[in-house]
Design a protein around this ligand. Sequence first.
Ligand code: ADP
Ligand code: MG
Length: 237
Amino acid sequence: EQDVTEYRKSLSIRVSGFDVPRPIKTFEDCGFSLQLMNAITKQGYEKPTPIQCQAFPIVLSGRDIIGIAKTGSGKTAAFVLPMIVHIMDQPELAKEEGPIGVICAPTRELAHQIYLESKKFAKPYGIRVSAIYGGMSKLEQFKELKSGCEIVIATPGRLIDMIKMKALTMLRATYLVLDEADRMFDLGFEPQIRSIVGQIRPDRQTSLFSATMPRKVEKLAREILTDPVRVTVGEVG
Ligand code: ADP
Ligand code: MG
């Protein structure tokens, strides 16, 4: 315990919550499958970033997380890799449809970046990834969603549109990520986020990542996450 405390302090990491899992130090510590390890190596990722060292064991254990770390700290892989594990752990539910992993991001550029990162790790498993955001044909997106996917990455407004058009249901969704939550709030997406969250079963696993933590984001996090572990890396909000 003492060395974990020292280790966190040396990296300017603060953690709160009950029964916080010990951080990992290497990708091998995560128990990832050989396939996933190969995909990680292919990316040129040699060791997990500080936020990943804290987040992997928390998210892999099924806990909710609030992850606060500045841009460029590797938050995407922190939720994408455990999402692949989560999806592969699901029993086959032939009758159910719709995504298992739902990721909300503030802008199309960010949604696209997350899409690319997810694809790299999903592809070896045949996990289907769809990106849904404004500026693309709704009809094309409708058709794509209708053909099925395990992961959907979306801007909140467009995801609501697609749900309204019955392009997808949230019946199978158990892994929700709100990425760049502060920016989603800045862009006025709070009502859309609440609506999306309200359609996903309450026993889902939820992750919220942000570069800063304004009070209104904190309030939402407290409402929609269950016993989250909160991890802050560096000197941020
Ligand atoms: P954030 O979401 O915190 O802004 P990103 O997830 O976009 O950060 O990651 C920033 C960059 O770091 C990306 O180019 C990503 O591919 C890279 N990256 C992520 N994890 C690792 C790692 N463990 N080792 C090396 N590079 C990494
Ligand atoms: Mg990010």
